[in-house]
Design a protein around this ligand. Structure first.
Ligand SMILES: Nc1nc2c(c(=O)[nH]1)N[C@H]1C(S)=C(S)[C@@H](COP(=O)(O)O)O[C@H]1N2
Ligand SMILES: [Mo]
Length: 232
């Protein structure tokens, strides 16, 4: 593999290690421990567009572990493995040749900002799943990114109608800081489930915790039910 030195260092991390801490990472671990931002209110998308405890922003903040991997389109791959009839190892050209979809969605970050009406273009997760054909025992997905980040969600949520493997935002190529060249967007869950710089999708039988889920954040992360932190 021929990523930049930074990405090479990241790609050598084993699954047991976690990406190194930034100041924000440390703060977010503490917020999970303290239950920060929980309002105790419940609202529903049908009655209120903004989930409880969220505020609207017009800009789009950048949040990650502080290590943005450099990815070359020549070596970029998207792998889909696990409980599938046909595993995939897509090059950038093969990914671009897939049917392209457009979705408009609101996004909600657990750090309390929400942004309305984001226009995405890319490959609908359903179109990817049609290619791999999940086996009946596949119930969850584990996502792994080029920076070593991982996150988990049910397969049915990954397959949501508006979930997209996005390469474009507001008519422009997705910028690197927001996960370009390609990131997942699953708008009905908190944005930490939407892996930036996505590299691998594993279809698995039972739920497993990803990075934030091991660090005090909820296994599912529904903004409408304010599932910010592990309930224990
Ligand atoms: N690969 C990767 N994806 C990631 C993260 C990360 O650190 N690495 N952070 C998550 C978190 S906590 C959030 S809130 C969103 C932020 O996306 P943005 O920077 O485009 O706003 O990305 C999510 N996806
Ligand atoms: Mo986040």
């Amino acid at each position: 593999m021929s990523y930049c030195p930074n990405a090479m260092r990241i790609s050598r991390m084993s699954d047991e290690q976690t990406p190194s801490d930034s100041k924000l990472t440390t703060s977010k671990r503490r917020w999970a421990a303290e239950g920060k931002f929980l309002t105790g209110r419940i609202s529903r998308p049908e009655t209120e567009r903004l989930p409880p405890g969220q505020h609207l922003v017009k800009n789009w903040p950048v949040l990650d572990l502080g290590q943005q991997p450099v990815i070359s389109l020549n070596t970029w791959r998207l792998e889909v493995r696990g409980l599938v009839e046909r595993s995939l190892d897509l090059t950038w050209a093969a990914f671009q040749a897939m049917e392209q979809s457009t979705k408009v969605s609101d996004i909600h970050c657990v750090t309390t900002w929400s942004r309305y009406d984001n226009k995405w273009k890319g490959v609908a997760t359903r179109d990817l799943l049609d290619l791999v054909m999940p086996k009946p025992q596949a119930n969850y997905v584990m996502l792994t990114s080029y920076d070593g980040y991982t996150t988990n969600l049910p397969l049915s949520d990954f397959a949501a109608e508006d979930a997209i493997l996005a390469t474009s935002w507001e008519g422009l190529p997705l910028t690197h800081d927001h996960g370009g060249p390609m990131r997942l967007v699953v708008p009905h869950l908190y944005l930490w489930k939407s892996a930036k710089w996505l590299r691998r999708v594993d279809l698995i039988p039972a739920d497993q915790a990803g990075f934030w889920e091991k660090n005090g954040y909820h296994m599912y992360g529904d903004p409408w039910r304010e599932q910010r932190y592990t309930d224990d």
